[in-house]
Design a protein around this ligand. Structure first.
Ligand code: SF4
Length: 165
């Protein structure tokens, strides 16, 4: 069974080739500094106020909400540069939670920039997400990855050597 994950949603909105590479478990260099800083931020920031939980195979952070009975799930990012991707990743979690009867809202936290972005799952985002899920499944089933096209993200991407050497 093809399993679409939040991480694949994130990459889909950055680079479709990366979706294929990740789905085929072609692992980039593990000590890539870009990955390292992401790990560090995830581990250290908001450590006191967050609680990581796993629901239906998804892992994310839950922040306490001031409103009674409402929960907030958060994604911690190191930059707001890729906000569309981060928003759609969070929408994917909200969508999956809604399907198992949990209503939640989202927040993208960027500790390095001291920014917070609220995310709500509206009809427009649901349509966009469902199209992305179908497309990701098609990409994953393809025999070859989409062609490499240079984009701004390539200079941060752990696959850069693989794509362009
Ligand atoms: S190096 Fe560029 S083209 Fe290759 S996977 Fe990364 S973002 Fe995509």
């Amino acid at each position: 069974m093809i399993r679409v994950t939040g991480t694949l949603i994130w990459y889909y909105f950055i680079c479709k080739r990366q979706v294929w590479l990740m789905a085929h478990e072609i692992n980039p260099f593990q000590n890539d500094p870009f990955l390292e800083i992401g790990r560090f931020l995830h581990a250290e920031s908001y450590a006191r106020e967050k609680k990581e939980i796993e629901v239906d195979g998804m892992k994310f952070d839950i922040l306490r909400s001031k409103e009674k009975g409402s929960i907030v799930i958060a994604e911690i990012k190191k930059s707001s540069k890729f906000l569309e991707s981060a928003t759609m990743q969070l929408c994917f979690y909200l969508y999956r939670l809604r399907r198992i009867g949990i209503k939640a809202r989202g927040e993208i936290l960027v500790p390095q920039e001291k920014k917070k972005f609220e995310v709500d799952l509206d009809d427009e985002k649901i349509v966009k997400l469902e199209q992305a899920i179908v497309d990701i499944k098609n990409i994953m089933q393809a025999k070859k990855p989409p062609e490499a096209k240079k984009i701004n993200f390539c200079k941060h991407c752990a696959y850069a050597e693989f794509c362009f050497s």
